[in-house]
Design a protein around this ligand. Structure first.
Ligand SMILES: N[C@@H](CCC(=O)N[C@@H](CS)C(=O)NCC(=O)O)C(=O)O
Length: 209
């Protein structure tokens, strides 16, 4: 069985959504990112991945795959008939990779990551100024589309929905981009997305308790 190392409401949420979308069962291991401990057994998460970051997907052959873009495409390709990624060779597959890279680098690493992990001693001013320009890209793209790539839900939507969800706690109100708030509402109404969020919010509350 696949195993997913995750932290509630971290970027690994997109991998949980993808697993639910393809209907694959997995064993989920919760990680405390600040202490790098695995909740199951208090084990050292760095022993699972030297990157110390979620998601980590343990494959059926025991290999460990990291990086959301790779993990999401791997899950999608396990059940190609679910259409979570265009098939290899389809021009839209490169569009999918284009968006996964953009979300991972420009929204997650350039903005969400420093906002949640670094002290705001003034150094966040530049990422905060830049995120407005960054978000204008998906905002324009989604003005007349239901999904990020093609005509159906793909792993790029799982990734973008997660990133948009985290903008509010990061201090960015997406109401200023009507196409993004409408898109997020649509995504949150999708049963897998709704259920994955509910599961992880409940786990987060347990962590805080
Ligand atoms: N490039 C990686 C980034 C993964 C990442 O930064 N994950 C965060 C949670 S959203 C994390 O585990 N951070 C802990 C750390 O970097 O120490 C990806 O896209 O999967």
């Amino acid at each position: 069985m696949l195993q997913l190392y995750f932290s509630p409401m971290a970027c690994s949420l997109a991998s949980r959504i993808a697993l639910m979308e393809v209907g694959l069962e997995a064993r989920y291991h919760q990680v405390h990112l600040s202490t790098k401990k695995v909740a199951d057994d208090d084990g050292d998460f760095r022993g699972i991945s030297s990157k110390g970051a979620v998601p980590v997907l343990v494959l059926d052959n025991g290999e460990r795959l990291t990086e959301s873009a790779a993990v999401l495409q791997y899950i999608a390709d396990l059940k190609p008939e679910r259409g979570l990624a265009p098939p290899p060779g389809d021009p839209d597959r490169y569009r999918l990779q284009e968006w996964l890279s953009f979300i991972g680098a420009e929204i997650h690493k350039a903005f969400l990551f420093p906002t949640f992990w670094y002290k705001d001693d003034g150094s966040l001013a530049k990422p905060r100024a830049r995120i407005t320009q960054t978000l204008s890209v998906p905002s324009a793209h989604l003005a007349d589309r239901e999904f990020v790539v093609g005509q159906r839900f793909t792993v790029a939507d799982a990734h973008l929905a997660w990133a948009l969800l985290l903008l509010r706690p990061a201090g960015v109100d997406i109401a200023q981009w009507p196409s993004l708030s409408a898109y997020l509402k649509r995504m949150q109404a999708r049963p897998t997305v709704r259920d994955a969020i509910a599961t992880e919010i409940a786990l987060r509350k347990t962590m805080a308790a």
